[in-house]
Design a binder for this molecule. Sequence first.
Ligand code: ADP
Length: 529
Amino acid sequence: MGIAEIDLHSALKKYFGFTGFKGLQEEVIKNVIEGNNTFVIMPTGGGKSLCYQLPALIKDGTAIVVSPLIALMKNQVDAIRAVSDHEGVAHVLNSSLNKTEVRRVKDDIVNGITKLLYVAPESLTKEEYVEFLRSVTISFMAVDEAHCISEWGHDFRPEYRNLRHIIKRIGDNIPIVGLTATATPKVQEDILKSLGMTDAVTFKASFNRPNLFYEVRPKTKNVDADIIRFIKQNEGKSGIVYCLSRKRVEELAQVLQVNGIKAVPYHAGLDSKTRVKHQDMFLMEDVDVVVATIAFGMGIDKPDVRFVIHHDIPKSIESYYQETGRAGRDGGEGHCLAYYAYKDIEKLEKFMSGKPVAEQEIGHALLQEVVAFAETSVSRRKFILHYFGEEFDNETGEGGDMDDNVRNPKKQVEAQADVKVLLDTVKSTNEKYKSKDLVQVIVGNSNALIASHKTDTQPFFGIGKDKDARHWMALIRQVLVAGLLKKDIETYGVLRLTEEGHEFIKHPRSFMMAEDHVYDETADDGIIT
Ligand code: ADP
């Protein structure tokens, strides 16, 4: 063990009381200390904060930490102060500070006391702050929740777009550390480009959560009764039920209470006193269940949440992953149960209709992935990890049997000939259609787009009309997960052949396909309010 390593371990022990690093932390920290641009992709709970906190405490100067969440900044500052001799070791700089307080923050920085300065991105647009930060020693800049920079992330913040420019103004050679729990390849690319750090060393942890069990059930009008039954089967365990609307949160919380379940509602429409109270009741286990909108969960660190139920399907796989990720943080059981009806997707689409076109396209593409996830008969875990750019083998991978589709597999049929038809059609149409239109070409239904390309006059038009559109849609999903096709993200989902896909066309091989679930027939109108 080199001296530097011993020092890192003793610093870890001294400041945080931890005896060892978690996952990739040590490598990341060394890279940050060396002054390199660093990109950290770790799922929530992976221990990202330490990746900049420890180097900040060790290095000369002040590290600036950009974070969009004021509440989280305050928590972190409190935590750092608790392990340090000097309260000035960490500060938050934002618009709520009065003149005297700002003075004090500046003095502590100038005097070399402050090692971590937390700022919201909008505070950094203040000329006065930028001027000041230019004049002091900055060790590095950490951009937390870096996916906020990408329109393809689930939480786009326009202020993040200016960060690169502002960092440059504060100092020419300030190393940047970007951190995120969003792992889609597109978002990663956006982050590296937007922060101007394509040279960054990237550290990506696996997103597999082996202890979580994934399940999707059809959403019928009996969904509430089904949820009650599930919770009663899990009596005494902590769980979260997510709903889309505040109204639904209130109603469902009441229904649960009436049925003898200790539950409280949580959403941004409640006053802050009630919110804090309900959150505490959940943390202290005075209640078992929180029924909540997505406002609940940010920074909640309850390790023994045993189930997360989605009464309404979320608007992206990222959101689903984040929200289900709150289950089983202690490594114990975590059941993730989502209710799905296609009508909910249409509802989410409607919400987007007033938004700018590009935003709608992105929202639509993200939703299509949710549909694919819900309807797939492929392993849910494999699907999620594939979405995050990670290959997963259910035979050898941890948690390989932990989802409904693997436990109760659908009958599989040989689909070699159909895959060949599908890939041939992608090729013959010069890779210009999204799934929906490609399926129409295969089953021989023309539309304006297809007619404009004259695809409907081609000999292969309607080549697969002996099977219905649903079959071809399901096949496309499975072929995507198998990596024979990929979706082009720049064009919001145009299908392209991968190298493997080209190979398949040349040498077709066996391809086992399972029929997808048919959920929308069981949907019911009066469920979502
Ligand atoms: P993230 O920001 O990736 O969601 P956090 O930084 O909040 O994760 O860390 C998650 C939890 O893991 C925190 O409770 C933190 O104290 C703990 N933790 C981080 N690093 C270590 C470590 N090396 N040893 C033990 N616990 C750790």
